[in-house]
Write a protein that binds this ligand. Structure first.
Ligand code: DGJ
Length: 338
């Protein structure tokens, strides 16, 4: 027990030391998980269910721009709180702490009532990867209608990370439902869409086409019948890690991590990575993305702490991932230094 505590403290110390030496600009940055987080203009960051792309020295945080007003979707039986879809917001940072608002990079289409990105639709969990061959930034997202029955994946592209993305199309990958999702780009430049499918009972992993704009017919089914969502994926030491939540709407539940030798699985379920107060409720939050810190072997777990009755005020819970060999844990910290 004593030696375990010592190793956790030692790991955290090494974490801070490595970051301070590799990224001196971060040395003063402090993250307070779950606190209000303001951008460089003093405005609340509005980028939920998001992901972060590192490109040419800059981190770009893309997320759902929630509208000011939260309401229950009319005529839907379950706890379906929503805001009008505000598109996808983007923030940029060099230190992961101080964020500059870049604007709404995917604007909702207010003109066409039947558009997939009309404000009456759902635009969730946007993720962006860069295609080094086409030189395009490719965004995938969960698109749905007001009652979440459409269950499709949408794709948009842009020539710059912070420009206006052009929505291309949406669809069910290989004819299968798609809700919560993430993207993962491997070292060999192949990219994959991970999505909750089969009415959220099973995660699918589909390889994308070389231009990242389509799914291929090459896909696998993982966590069959286990009802997992909110996938966040990263690679470390040749192994692929995935963190997911259970399916309880906006309410928190216990997270789970799994690991595989191959990106498309099979994944071995390892249990709850969270440790400390309210670990059984993922610290009252839900997974969305893991940020690999450039030039280090360090990873930040991004969670959303949803406020379902006022979604725009939902907070962000960012915590460092701790490793003991190949085993990951996410201990709660009241605050920590980047
Ligand atoms: C859980 C998902 O993880 C969220 O992204 C959102 O779709 C809510 N369900 C809606 O209830």
């Amino acid at each position: 027990m004593k030696s375990m505590k010592y190793s956790v403290i030692k790991q955290l110390g090494m974490w801070l030391f490595a970051l301070a030496s590799v990224l001196p600009a971060l040395a003063t940055g402090v993250i307070v998980p779950g606190a209000e987080w303001l951008d460089n203009d003093g405005m609340f960051i509005n980028a939920h269910g998001g992901g972060v792309l590192y490109h040419e020295g800059v981190y770009y945080w893309y997320g759902e721009a929630k509208g000011d007003y939260t309401y229950r979707s009319p005529g839907v039986g379950w706890d379906c709180y929503r805001t009008d879809a505000g598109g996808v917001a983007c923030y940029s940072s060099r230190d992961l702490c101080n964020w500059k608002y870049e604007g709404i990079v995917l604007e909702p289409d207010t003109l066409h009532t039947f558009s997939d990105i009309h404000p009456t639709m759902v635009i969730e969990r946007p993720k962006v990867i860069y295609n080094a061959t086409t030189h395009q930034f490719v965004m995938w997202m969960h698109i749905d209608n007001h009652n979440y029955e459409k269950a499709v994946a949408g794709v948009a592209v842009c020539d710059t990370p912070n420009g206006k993305f052009r929505f291309i199309e949406s669809g069910r990958p290989n004819g299968q439902m798609s809700r919560d999702m993430t993207l993962f780009k491997d070292d060999d430049q192949k990219a994959y869409l991970f999505y909750s499918s089969e009415n959220n009972t099973t995660i699918h992993i589909a390889m994308l086409s070389d231009d990242y704009r389509h799914v291929t017919s090459n896909y696998t089914r993982q966590f069959i019948g286990e009802s997992r969502e909110a996938p966040a994926v990263f690679k470390r030491g040749g192994k692929y890690y995935i963190i997911t939540s259970g399916c309880t709407g906006w309410d928190p539940n216990e997270a789970e991590w799994a690991v595989a030798d191959n990106v498309m699985g099979p994944y071995t379920t390892m249990g709850n990575p969270c440790q400390g107060l309210h670990a059984d409720k993922t610290f009252y939050s839900q997974s969305t993305f893991v940020i690999p810190i450039e030039g280090t072997d360090k990873y930040i777990m991004m969670f959303d702490r949803w406020n379902k009755k006022d979604l725009i005020t939902s907070r962000y819970v960012w915590l460092p991932i701790h490793f003991d060999g190949d085993t990951m844990t996410i201990p709660w910290l009241d605050s920590w230094a980047l």
